[in-house]
Design a protein around this ligand. Structure first.
Ligand code: ATP
Ligand code: MG
Length: 405
């Protein structure tokens, strides 16, 4: 992609009320634009990064047997009344349609997926099943000051699992836990993300959060100094010993909840009377689990965790482009050639072909944070100067060798 063709420009002045680091950097670099508190447009570069995260999530969900579908965001009141959440869920956006029919914008989808799967799950032979979607959710969050970390409109992957019994659910819960760790590792958050016990379980003693340690995180977690397992603030008093290794030395950290997994058991199956027949034709409620992850919150978290004084630092699998080719020569012959050669090889490259001073181009490259910078200047002769965004050293490489870095 030629930078001169991009619809966006880096932004000099950011609105004062935009206080979070992730939104400030993303707005400044032209990755997102703010429409209102907690509501953002994903611009081409931001959308590319967001799609990369969604695709990592999709890949790992497919590997874990998930089947993708897409449920509506507009959901009728009666479904929420069945579970008591029309009045019980305080963040629900409610609206009236034609004929005064009432709807909610989906904040989560148990009320849609349960009656949906009820149509297909009849006997034990239909179980287990796993379905997921990557979809825009709406929540009337009272505090929407954290940029992409707390949107009023945001992207969520929600997977729902359906089982004959709790043992089968427990096994799949382990499969999902592993898949989540793989996702966070691929998103560059592997080292800083901890499985955390939380007291939020509806029908089991604990549910689990995936918490990414970060100074700006709004959650407090207690990490076991021995095994790294986390316990969230609300249960720390009842869990003086680490649930993982029984040691009792914790350190307190700020963190961002990037994912959340729950054993729902029969809560929603009971509400919608979703039963299956066993071998003896006896009916039982289907046992459910749900597994959420916010790709847009993950995007914001990556920016909060991976940055320096000059800007963002994208992990390779999430970066909109792996390479940022910057031409500092007076003419563009060599840079155009390099760009074309890299394009031909299928290498993702953003090419700064703008007519701007070197200082501006290099500053923008740092701010935008692609993993590798390639500079062509009068000093590099036939070679190209390669620099990793995370390192200070540069080295001269031949065009042919660039795909091996
Ligand atoms: P929080 O406690 O931070 O409000 P939650 O417990 O309400 O999160 P869930 O309902 O379990 O979150 O949603 C699943 C995932 O969706 C979360 O782990 C997070 O990654 C993401 N998420 C939830 N709310 C938001 C939001 N307002 N903006 C962006 N992502 C969100
Ligand atoms: Mg919430």
């Amino acid at each position: 992609m030629k930078q001169s063709h991009l619809i966006t420009k880096t932004v000099k002045s950011i609105p004062k009320e935009e206080v979070s680091l992730n939104s400030r950097l993303l707005i400044q670099a032209g990755f997102i634009d703010k429409l209102a508190a907690g509501i953002y447009t994903y611009l081409p570069l931001g959308l590319k990064a967001l799609n990369n995260i969604s695709n990592i999530v999709r890949d790992e969900m497919n590997k874990a047997g998930g089947q993708e579908l897409l449920m509506p965001a507009l959901t009728p009141k009666k479904n929420w009344e069945e579970t008591g959440r029309w009045d019980g869920l305080d963040v629900l956006f409610k609206l009236k349609g034609a004929g005064d029919k009432e709807f909610a914008l989906g904040a989560t989808h148990e009320e849609v997926v349960t009656p949906l799967m009820k149509k297909f799950i009849l006997s034990y032979k239909d179980l287990p099943k796993y379905v997921y979607q990557i979809q825009t959710k709406y929540r009337n969050e009272p505090r929407a000051k954290s940029g992409l970390l707390r949107g009023r409109e945001f992207l969520m992957k929600d997977l729902y699992s359906f089982h004959t019994d709790s043992e089968d659910l427990d096994q799949y819960y382990e499969v999902m836990t592993k898949a989540y760790f793989k996702i966070f590792e691929r998103c560059g958050l592997g080292d800083s993300t901890h499985l955390t016990y939380s007291s939020g379980g509806t029908f089991s003693k604990y549910s689990h959060e995936f918490q990414t340690v970060c100074k700006t995180g709004e959650d407090i977690v207690y990490l076991c100094k021995n095994c790294g397992l986390g316990v969230n603030k609300e249960i720390i008093d009842e869990t003086p010993k680490c649930p993982g290794c029984e040691k009792s030395e914790y350190e307190e950290k700020n963190a961002i909840e990037v994912g959340n997994i729950f054993k729902l058991k029969a809560k929603y199956s009971d509400a919608f009377k979703m039963n299956f027949k066993d071998k003896e034709d006896k009916e039982h409620p289907v046992i459910m689990g749900c597994y959420g992850i916010g790709p847009s919150r993950v995007l914001g978290t990556i920016v909060e965790v991976h940055n320096d004084k000059n800007g963002m630092v994208w992990p390779e699998e999430v970066a909109p482009f792996k390479f940022h080719l910057v031409n500092l020569s007076k003419d563009s012959v060599q840079a155009d050639k390099a760009y074309e050669a890299l394009q031909k090889k299928g290498i993702e490259v953003l090419y700064d072909d703008r007519n701007e001073p070197a200082g501006v181009k290099l500053k923008d490259a740092d701010l935008m944070g692609m993993p590798y910078r390639l500079v062509i200047s009068d000093k590099t002769a036939e070679k190209i100067e390669l620099k990793k965004r995370t390192e200070d050293e540069t080295k001269l490489v031949a065009l042919e060798d660039i795909d091996n870095v």
